[in-house]
Design a binder for this molecule. Structure first.
Ligand code: GLU
Length: 549
């Protein structure tokens, strides 16, 4: 029988802290019954992706709505994957999308009593538990080289055995202490492995809060707990951190589900109570007629910069994702069109276990609604911010002309049925560009069936009578009068009853004016448009269009 005490001292001579001391240093949180403590635990890869925005709101909502604590932990155990500035990018990205944290890593250092919150700084803490596991006979050092492990893998392939370090393949599992000592003395690098007592013939029942009741296969692999640099693997860090930080709920991608049996084993070996788990399905998209997972390599829409470039307001992305997460969100929004998104009562029970389907058309639709509810000032500010980066020419135009731009954005805004012209900032210029002479062009032609002389006469007549101070009724009376003078029906009912009596209707005359003034057949309310352009500009456009006829 191996003397675990000797082994523990041999491996971790510097560790003097006990698990009991850590329990005292990080006591259970003093929170009301039912309060959720959860976290985001991203790796600093320099890439904030849509998955973060799916997971983040779930844990954040659960914590906030229950009066709990939401914290940010940086999982920087993989130094190779780390990108400089990644933490800042992450904080910025999450902050922009309103994912708040009560505790953890922040832009100005760490906040909270359960840190450090960057895993690499927690090495001494992991070592306390590593030593404990060795003492309990639940962990042992393994000196296998990469080549030896590759050879084991090859042999397993030949024998058609399961892969991994277990059973007879776990060649350091039961080495005598003398051999271990010799290897240490020789300065050979080692990793610390878990001594699994699991059997793959055993099934464990488990209830995941999203996936429901599951049957898991026990883990029989002696997985690595500490790498040769003394830094833990995700698994070991997960157990230690989420215990010591008193996490009650872990929300994470379901790619971790296969590791769950190992995690549960670890929690048991460490004497910790496991948290509750919510394993979230991946975001998917339609590819032809089949669904597939969104992939970082193939799909730009996984990256948040994609939404920024396309000009989706963040509020739209947030709102869209909430609808994806909770199917009752849309009904709530219809009933509460002006309420803040955070007033919605999110429930994890409504998450789709299979994962959510990402739908660009739906996002655009949601975004049209979100933008239609904003004030003209907000639209102007957000749009200008976008345009300064992605359409600087137009940004300069409207930046100089704040009042006019706000008047333009005000058309059809407010009221019960606001206009829903655009879902992204990239579409805005198309809708409003004609207000500025630099962007104004006539793009739609007058339909052939109308007499050019009629059109010309309508444009010139209106040019000489237009008065922006008249109210909408008086304004429309002017158009009707021009219609009547040209033999076009002023009254639509009359026109519909006997169209053959007329050359056209007042709607056609309005269209003549619309094309001359806005360049197209469709535009926002003409009365408003003309008022913003003003008498001189309207007259000039009408006259110049008349000249081309
Ligand atoms: N660093 C892990 C990841 O990014 C965290 C998973 C978890 O939340 O536990 O996938």
């Amino acid at each position: 029988m191996m003397d675990y005490l000797i082994l523990a001292e041999l491996l971790f001579p510097e560790v003097t802290t006990t698990p009991e001391e850590l329990e005292e240093r990080f006591p259970p949180r003093d929170l009301p019954e039912g309060a959720v403590v959860s976290r985001m635990a991203p790796s600093p890869t320099g890439f904030v992706h849509l998955g973060n925005l799916v997971q983040g709101p779930i844990s954040e909502r659960m914590c906030t709505q229950s009066g709990g604590v939401h914290f940010l932990r940086i999982e920087d155990t993989d130094a190779k994957r780390e990108v400089p500035g990644a933490v800042e990018t992450l904080l910025l990205g999450l902050g922009e999308y309103g994912i708040r944290f009560d505790e953890g890593v922040t832009a100005d250092g760490e906040k909270g009593n359960y840190g450090p919150y960057r895993q690499r700084q927690r090495a001494p803490i992991y070592h306390v538990y590593a030593k404990k596991l060795v003492l309990d006979g639940m962990a042992y050092p393994c000196f296998c080289t990469e080549e030896e492990l590759a050879a084991i893998h090859e042999e397993q392939e030949r024998e058609k055995a399961n892969f991994g370090y277990f059973g007879k393949w776990a060649i350091w599992r039961d080495r005598p202490i003398e051999e271990i000592k010799a290897a240490l003395d020789a300065g050979k690098p080692w990793v610390l492995r878990f001594r699994s007592d699991g059997d793959i013939n055993n099934k464990i029942p488990f209830t995941d809060l999203v996936k429901g009741k599951l049957e898991l296969t026990e883990n029989d692999i002696d997985h690595v707990l500490l790498k040769s640099d003394g830094i833990p693997t995700y698994h070991f860090a997960h157990a230690v951190d989420d215990h010591l930080m008193r996490t009650t709920h872990v929300v994470r991608g379901d790619e971790w589900l296969p590791s769950l049996p190992f995690h549960l084993q670890l929690f048991r070996a460490l004497g910790f109570r496991p948290p509750k788990y919510l394993h979230i399905g991946p975001l998917m998209k339609m590819d032809g007629s089949s669904k597939r997972k969104l992939s970082k390599r193939k799909d730009p829409e996984l990256s948040l910069s994609y939404y920024r470039e396309a000009g989706f307001p963040r509020e739209s992305v947030k709102e869209y994702l909430m609808g994806v997460l909770n199917s009752n969100f849309e009904d709530w929004r219809r009933a509460e069109p002006t309420a803040d998104l955070s007033d919605f009562k999110f429930s994890y029970k409504k998450l789709n276990p299979a994962g959510a389907l990402f739908d660009y058309a739906k996002l655009t639709d949601v975004s049209k609604n979100v933008i239609s509810r904003m004030t003209a000032e907000t639209v102007y500010g957000l749009y200008l911010d976008w345009a300064e980066e992605f359409d600087p020419g137009f940004a300069a135009l409207i930046g100089k002309d704040r009042e006019k731009a706000i008047a333009v954005f005000s058309i059809g805004r407010g009221g019960k049925k606001p206009r829903k012209d655009f879902g992204t900032w990239a579409e805005v210029r198309d809708f409003i560009g004609f207000f500025w002479n630099d962007c104004f062009r006539i793009t739609d032609a007058y339909p052939d069936e109308f007499d050019r002389g009629d059109i010309k006469s309508a444009l010139l007549s209106f040019a000489s009578v237009y008065d922006p101070d008249e109210d909408q009724n008086a304004w429309f009376d002017r158009i009707k009068a021009i219609a009547t003078g040209l033999g076009y029906a002023a009254d639509m009912k009359e026109y519909r009853a006997e169209p053959e009596r007329f050359r056209g209707s007042v709607a056609d005359v309005s269209m003549f004016l619309r094309v001359a003034v806005t360049g197209r057949m469709n535009s926002p309310d003409m009365y408003e448009v003309m008022k913003i352009l003003g008498r001189d500009e309207v007259a000039a456009r009408l006259r110049s269009a008349a000249e081309t006829l």
